[in-house]
Design a protein around this ligand. Structure first.
Ligand code: ADP
Ligand code: MG
Length: 816
């Protein structure tokens, strides 16, 4: 068998033995001789087909099958064919179209895979012949399972097989499409190849199989399947298999099946479900479900359990929540919105493990052959009897398989049991022992108050469940109006129940219609009537003594029911785990009340549209900024005041939306006024600048007159002049630091002397001003400078006197 899938290639690359083995298969050395032998064998086999009698078949060897197929079956321990295999294989080998119906787990897969291998073998199909057989499955997991079974039993054949399902590498599939002989696929991906891939050619197709045929042909796949069927060659053999087979003439006509052979070995059986499947149901309130499920898991830690729920979101939430609550067993979740790789991994993990709980949607209800499943729990009422059969059929599979099924129903859904019983499904009501039910309610609430993401998942789960109930076809059983939504929300840990917008909208629309048309012949009135019915039934129990009696009867009935045995196998460790939970209860309560107040306070996040709508309703003027001056008068923002007539008119017209053309016109008109406004502003600015400059000049002139008051920063820099204090102090020989006039200067000098300044530097002291400033002495307190005095002295001295003075100064310096 030649595989085309990525992962199988890799597996074989790792295993050189397998590679060698495969090469052997692909070598066609003794081709001519072999071909002759093969021809003879094929002729013999084909000659036997008409003689097949299902009653004579004991083992697979009794069928006229090729040695390669028999070897494949033997290698996988398939010795005795099951009923459906005995009956269907013969007809299929004869080339008849088949409508195969047999219980879940009865071996339908081999019933169509063996004929596929034999059909192509007898036609000496080679890789060059393209697609010879097509198997369509409603889900990826089922397609993968079929593909794996084909790999096993077709191991000794030379055909190539391909698994074509969504979520895989389309490019990889595309390139190899022309080399595939047996194609296992899901409808969507198949159609994609049919539409887009030029290498896809099924014109030589010999045999088409629809596994879970009724599902493939139902409304969900209607358009896709119609398109696929249109592309299939009319000359082909068609096999349909399911546990709940379609007999609809319309479906058969779609497939051009006028006289298919109906093969239903279990038609006369007392039950439609496997005999080894023990089925029971309970009724409980919606808010009890999660506690019951939790308690069930805690009491079945050593078992393999599959739990079905109505929607992906419920599965996701229950999985996330229970993982956090840590029941003490591996948990898994399988649903459609998961990434394909993850889906494959979870599928394989659940197959492999023995103590594990898998939460799943109906994605896992059809065809999947998980080994050794002990329990199937249907947490939500299934859509119809068929779905129930498929879900429950995930256990008690194969020849020796045993298993149990538990269905949880809401009191008003109990009618569903009638349909089950009418369809030959043996199911008994049992009651749950309330002492065994431990709902981790407070812990759930605490977890949610801590974890916003989990809370959002819970909200989605809540809404999606209600939506799924709302959308159910069977309105006799699924009544969204009877659900205690508040209690349900609380059981999920949501203290404030999320808004059920779709329901609100629906009721609003209905109310509007009812107001409009007073006649009540349509569906809305029916729904309203149902609403009233529901209310009445609830009330009647409260008020009507008859109702009370009825209720009492129910309670007595409940008591008489066989108690549901939880097989209490909790060991000491698990008890510890429970104690930890009780410790948290106080905290949980506090957290929950806090959360309640916060969530009440918190308004729900508003969308922009909602805000806009609100504003429109209230006719508020948005984005208006009002500025006040110091006296409290409004300062008008000129920019916001429209000037042009056209703009004023536009503003007064209260029309919804924006007329772009008109708005453009208004803007252009307003632009003219804006330009004028701008020019005025610039002019005013220039004027102001000029005025300031004038004032400054005036001030400067005034300052020049009053030299003493001239600020140091504005006045000319005279710091280059020799320090008069020093000169005078030296000249007078007076070093009195207490002298009033020079006290500050003396301090400065001391500073300077302490440094290593040169003589010249000492006299050229540009820092002096800074020093004065830095000591924080106000400018006014500085004594008027004596610069003028020096100037006067020097002016009155002759050159010789100046020289003498200089000499004197130098001498005095030396003595210092
Ligand atoms: P169905 O499609 O009818 O639900 P499957 O084809 O998935 O059932 O088979 C259910 C289980 O029975 C599988 O595990 C398969 O390996 C096993 N099985 C099928 N045919 C035989 C057989 N002839 N002998 C033993 N086991 C079989
Ligand atoms: Mg099957």
């Amino acid at each position: 068998m030649l595989e085309k899938r990525n992962f199988t290639m890799k597996q074989e690359e790792k295993d050189p033995k397998a590679q060698r083995g495969r090469k052997k298969v692909l070598l066609y050395k003794p081709r001519k001789k072999k071909s002759f032998e093969e021809d003879a064998a094929i002729k013999y086999l084909q000659g036997q087909y008409e003689k097949i009698n299902p009653d004579d078949i004991r083992t697979f060897k009794d069928f006229p099958l090729s040695q390669k197929t028999l070897n494949g079956l033997k290698a996988n321990n398939y010795v005795t064919p099951t009923e459906i295999q005995k009956q269907a294989i013969g007809y299929a080998l004869q080339g008849k179209d088949i409508l195969g119906a047999a219980k879940t787990g009865s071996g339908k897969t081999l019933a169509f895979l063996i004929p596929i291998l034999e059909n192509l073998f007898c036609k000496k199909w080679t890789r060059l012949d393209g697609v010879g057989a097509l198997v369509i499955s409603p889900t990826r997991e089922l397609a993968y399972q079929i593909y794996e079974t084909l790999r096993k039993i077709g191991h000794f054949h030379d055909f190539s097989a391909g698994l074509i399902i969504g979520g895989q590498n389309l490019k990889f599939e595309r390139k190899r499409m022309d080399q595939i002989n047996i194609l296992i696929c899901t409808p969507g991906r198949l159609l994609q190849h049919m539409d887009e891939n030029p290498l896809f050619d099924c014109s030589h197709l010999q045999i088409v199989v629809l596994d879970e045929a009724d599902r493939c042909l139902d409304m969900g796949f209607e358009t896709t399947m119609n398109a696929i069927i249109e592309n299939l060659p009319p000359q082909r053999q068609t096999l349909l298999f399911s546990a709940t087979q379609t007999k609809s003439v319309k479906d058969l006509a779609r497939l051009s099946l006028s006289f298919p052979t109906y093969v239903a070995p279990h038609e006369q059986a007392a039950t439609v479900t496997p005999e080894a499947l023990q089925q029971s149901y309970i009724t409980c309130e919606i808010d009890e479900k999660i506690g019951i499920l939790w308690s069930f898991i805690r009491n079945h830690l050593k078992q393999k359990v599959l739990v079905f729920m109505a929607t992906c979101k419920q599965v996701k939430y229950t999985y996330d929540l229970f993982c956090k609550l840590r029941p003490g067993v591996s948990l898994l979740a399988l649903y459609g919105t998961l990434h394909q790789e993850k889906r494959e991994k979870i599928y394989n993990e659940f197959c492999r493990k023995s103590n594990v709980v898998l939460f799943a949607t109906d994605l896992a209800s059809r065809g999947l052959d998980f080994p050794r499943v002990n329990w199937v729990i249907q947490m939500d009422c299934p859509e119809d009897v068929e779905t129930y059969i498929h879900r429950a059929g995930r256990t008690a599979r194969g020849v020796l398989g045993k298993g149990e099924g538990l269905l949880m129903l809401l009191p008003h859904e109990e009618k569903f049991v009638e349909s089950l019983k009418n369809s030959k499904i043996p199911i008994n009501k049992i009651a749950i022992d309330p002492s065994k039910v431990v709902a981790p309610q407070l812990k759930i609430e605490a977890l949610l108050s801590d974890n916003t993401e989990l809370k959002q998942t819970a909200q989605r789960a809540f809404v999606c469940y209600l939506k799924s109930i709302f959308l159910m076809k069977n309105k006799d059983i699924f009544k969204v109006q009877l659900l205690d939504t508040d209690a349900y929300a609380r059981s999920l840990g949501l203290i404030v129940p999320p808004r059920i917008r779709f329901l609100e909208k629906y009721h609003r629309q209905n109310q509007y219609k009812i107001d409009q048309e007073s006649q009540g012949s349509n569906i809305i009135d029916k729904l309203k009537a149902r609403d009233d019915d529901g209310a009445e039934t609830d009330q009647s129990i409260e008020e009507n003594p008859e109702g009370k009696k009825q209720q009492k009867k129910e309670i007595i009935k409940k008591k008489a029911l066989p108690k549901f045995d939880f097989h209490n196998n909790i060991d000491s460790d698990e008890d510890d785990f429970l104690q930890v939970k009780t410790k948290n209860i106080q905290v949980a309560e506090e957290v929950s009340t806090a959360e309640e107040t916060i969530s009440r306070k918190k308004s729900k996040p508003l969308t922009k549209t909602a805000v806009a709508k609100k504003i429109l309703k209230k006719k508020l003027k948005v984005n208006t900024k009002v500025t006040f001056n110091e006296e409290g008068q409004i300062i008008e923002d000129e920019k916001r005041n429209v000037r042009s007539d056209i703009a004023k008119q536009f503003a007064n017209e209260d029309i919804g939306g924006i007329d772009i053309e008109k708005a453009k016109e208004v803007l252009q008109e307003e632009d003219k006024f804006d330009k004028i406004r701008f020019r005025q502003r610039i002019k005013a600015k220039h004027k102001e600048e000029k005025r300031k400059l004038k004032n400054k000049k005036k001030d400067e002139e005034g300052e020049k007159d009053d030299f003493g008051s001239q600020s140091e920063s504005d006045g000319p820099d005279l710091s280059w002049l020799p320090d008069p204090d020093k000169i005078y102090s030296n000249e007078d020989g007076n070093n009195d630091k207490s002298s009033d006039a020079g006290s500050s200067r003396n301090e400065d000098d001391t500073d300077l002397d302490q440094g290593s300044y040169s003589e010249e530097e000492k006299y050229h002291r540009p820092q002096k001003r800074k020093l004065v400033e830095s000591k924080g002495i106000p400018q006014e307190s500085i004594a008027p400078r004596k610069v003028k005095k020096i100037q006067d002295i020097s002016a009155s001295l002759s050159v010789s006197e100046v020289e003498a003075l200089a000499m004197h100064l130098l001498k005095s310096k030396k003595t210092l």
